[in-house]
Design a protein around this ligand. Structure first.
Ligand code: SF4
Length: 181
């Protein structure tokens, strides 16, 4: 049963290890005592953004940039499958070379291995999120480093917390609308 807001606040404010204990109980209840390993494929380190804390940031000229080809990515997937992985994560900077068509093509090819696909490729449009889901993507990682608007703006030039939150809502509705269809 989901925790109430007041219960979450109590857990976060508790000085003992109640938070860790509760997290452990929930983990055990839903996932048991096994360890789930994900095959992370860092397929591009090119990024249009300039987040100050990140080595991939656009203005970091010290970094040697790369992009894996589709064949190279699928070769990594094959190795992950051979090693027994049940999930691969396609992770990269916000590299628009990988447009919706390219990402969807990859997702469809990876799904033929009957494994889960997680994407971690940043802020995209609602339509793109919907296309990824339709192509077979199972999960999407989109972190928020801080919800403090001013700090967010300072750390992420030309980005906004509002757009980040919109992306999360778009991800959510691209899934729910598809499931209702
Ligand atoms: S969007 Fe992600 S990969 Fe790109 S600079 Fe920001 S944190 Fe780094």
């Amino acid at each position: 049963m989901p925790l109430k807001k007041s219960e979450i606040i109590n857990l976060l404010e508790s000085k003992d290890d109640k938070l860790f204990q509760t997290a452990d109980e929930i983990r055990e209840k839903y996932k048991g005592n096994s360890v789930h390993i994900r095959g992370l494929i860092e397929f591009t380190n090119i990024c249009r953004c300039n987040c100050f804390y990140c080595g991939l940031r656009r203005d970091n000229n010290e970094l040697e940039r790369y992009r894996l080809s589709e064949d190279e990515i699928l070769d990594c997937v094959q190795r992950a499958v051979n090693a027994g992985y049940k999930t691969v994560v396609l992770q990269g900077g916000e590299d628009m070379f990988f447009d919706s068509g390219k990402v969807c093509s990859l997702i469809k090819k990876i799904k033929k291995y009957d494994i889960a696909v997680t994407l971690s490729i940043g802020e995209r449009s609602y339509e793109e999120y919907k296309d990824f889901k339709t192509a077979g993507a199972d999960r999407y990682l989109l972190r928020i480093e801080t919800t403090d608007k001013n700090l967010y703006a300072k750390l992420h030039p030309n980005m906004s917390i509002d757009n980040r939150i919109d992306c999360l809502y778009n991800l959510k509705s691209s899934v729910t609308k598809r499931e209702q269809a």
